[in-house]
Ligand binder design. Structure first.
Ligand code: ZN
Ligand code: ZN
Length: 280
């Protein structure tokens, strides 16, 4: 399985690739711009050209872009909804321009109007963005921890969105920390087998393209989204080891989104821990 981390774009888009290579990654994920800003300053022509040149000399696959946190495709507020579709279109365009394999997206929060309405709006948003921005890059819906009125904490939410957008080049990104916080325990092989069965039954096994491998600071079912170093959290070494060796997950690309207080040192530590877990 290709193993990689979410890298920084502080030195531009090419910098994200450079950092991944320095860490010895086989795949990479990064934001194409500041994920908490509506403006896409980062996506400048020169920056993209540097990225393209750098990309030719590196063997990273898949290249994954994580979309902005501001996009809320399930928002009941028409203003925010339209703004979100606009930014999603830009994300798709940039991802395609950079020839990324996947664009990871959270389903959004439905507010007081409820899940059903939120799912309907999210699906509509994907369809509209696809018509405007193209179909090339595969959009991966990521499961969430489920705080507030967030959609996507349940496998059923994700399955509904993916089913309804089947013809719009969509797939599934499973985040272990989010899944655990949302109530899917995975502390040992037995629990990971049960989770795999749930995914198969929901039709998600065949749509699974990517795993965000994170330990969690929060308890199972807490609905709190806080990532922890591999093996140091509430999922723990046994659980994450069971995930990376399970038939459903073992061939999928793994991206770490673990804490980086000590910068690259933390990434190296976490990558080493995962490598130790993988049974050949
Ligand atoms: Zn995410
Ligand atoms: Zn994630």
């Amino acid at each position: 399985m290709p193993l990689g981390v979410h890298t920084s774009i502080k030195d531009g888009l090419a910098g994200a690739l450079k950092e991944a290579m320095r860490l010895g990654c086989q795949c990479v994920q990064f934001f194409s711009h500041n994920p908490r800003s509506w403006r896409m300053k980062r996506a400048l022509k020169e920056d993209m050209e540097k990225f393209e040149t750098m990309r030719k000399g590196v063997a990273l696959e898949p290249v994954v872009i994580h979309a902005s946190y501001l996009i809320n495709m399930a928002s009941p507020d028409d203003g925010l909804y339209e703004k979100s579709i606009g930014l999603l279109c830009r994300e798709i365009e940039v991802a395609q321009r950079l020839d990324a394999h996947y664009l990871v997206l959270h389903p959004g929060s439905c507010g007081r109007k409820g899940h059903k309405n939120g799912i309907k709006r999210a699906v509509e948003a994907i369809k509209r963005a696809r018509k405007r921005a193209g179909m090339e890059v595969e959009i991966l819906m990521e499961n969430t921890a489920g705080s507030g009125t967030q959609l996507g904490a349940s496998l059923e939410d994700i399955a509904s969105i993916l089913e309804e957008s089947y013809n719009y080049n969509t797939g599934f990104c499973f985040d272990t920390a989010h899944g655990f916080s949302a109530g899917y325990s995975m502390k040992n092989t037995k629990e990971v087998e049960a989770l795999s069965t749930l995914m198969e039954n929901a039709g998600l096994a065949e749509r699974l393209e990517l795993v965000h491998l994170n330990d969690s600071k929060a308890d199972c079912g807490s609905l709190v989204d806080r990532h922890e170093h591999i093996g140091a959290g509430t999922i723990g070494t046994d659980g994450l080891k069971a995930v990376v060796n399970a038939p459903l997950f073992r061939d999928k690309p793994l991206i770490l989104e673990t804490p980086k207080k000590r910068g690259l040192k933390d990434d190296i530590m976490n990558l080493d821990r995962v490598k130790e877990m993988i049974q050949r």
